[in-house]
Design a protein around this ligand. Sequence first.
Ligand SMILES: O=C[C@H](O)COP(=O)(O)O
Length: 253
Amino acid sequence: MTPETKPLVAGNWKMNGLRSSLDTLKTIASGAAALVGKTDMLICPPATLLREATSLCSRTALRIGAQDCHSLPSGAHTGEISAAMVADCGATFVIVGHSERRDFQSETDAIVRSKAAAAHAARLVAIVCIGETGAERQSGETLNVLKRQLAHSVPDGATATNTVIAYEPVWAIGTGLTPTTDDIREAHAFMRADLVSRFPGNGTNMRILYGGSVKASNAAELMAIVNVDGALVGGASLKADDFLAIAGIYGSL
Ligand SMILES: O=C[C@H](O)COP(=O)(O)O
């Protein structure tokens, strides 16, 4: 089984976590040992914890990623971190284009695409987030939005090894709401067909995660959907027991 054909359960801690949270990370890393070969596990802590997190997890199966990177390798960009800096910390993944950054930092598809390309240049796996807003869903635009975001946010150099797609309906993030299983099936099938057509030889195995109010109580139902290759988990990744319960469900299917 190649890495890309195993599920990936990723936790995004967002702007949460002090050094005291490293205890949570240790617990998750211990639990990851039982899931080796069944599911890949990743935590993306805030940048302030990246280096300590990678040191702590270096001999474990838990992978560590960043939540964002700049598109340039270095320069006068106060407050930013480059993909090379993320890699230098020992991290192996980076999330780009999360809807909170598209919204609050006005990140466009073009910016997201350049960040993903920078991640690839630094030998990081880019988790490219896409997803429709509530208004776009209401107006029947979901698939058009996904098509546009895939076309313009995913660089031409994407492969099944260096890229993961995360479908996160914006209206489902942190709300407790999720699309119906039929809606998720339709969206993931649409994305799969798009990726297969654009990236022959890679699109079939490029992992497509679902994110938005994933918790232990809905993980089995979500993971059973064809073309759902894992989860991007926000709130439920902040508690080790909750995150391990979700990963355990993905690893058992
Ligand atoms: O990156 C994670 C997503 O934004 C999902 O967050 P959530 O699980 O708290 O809804």
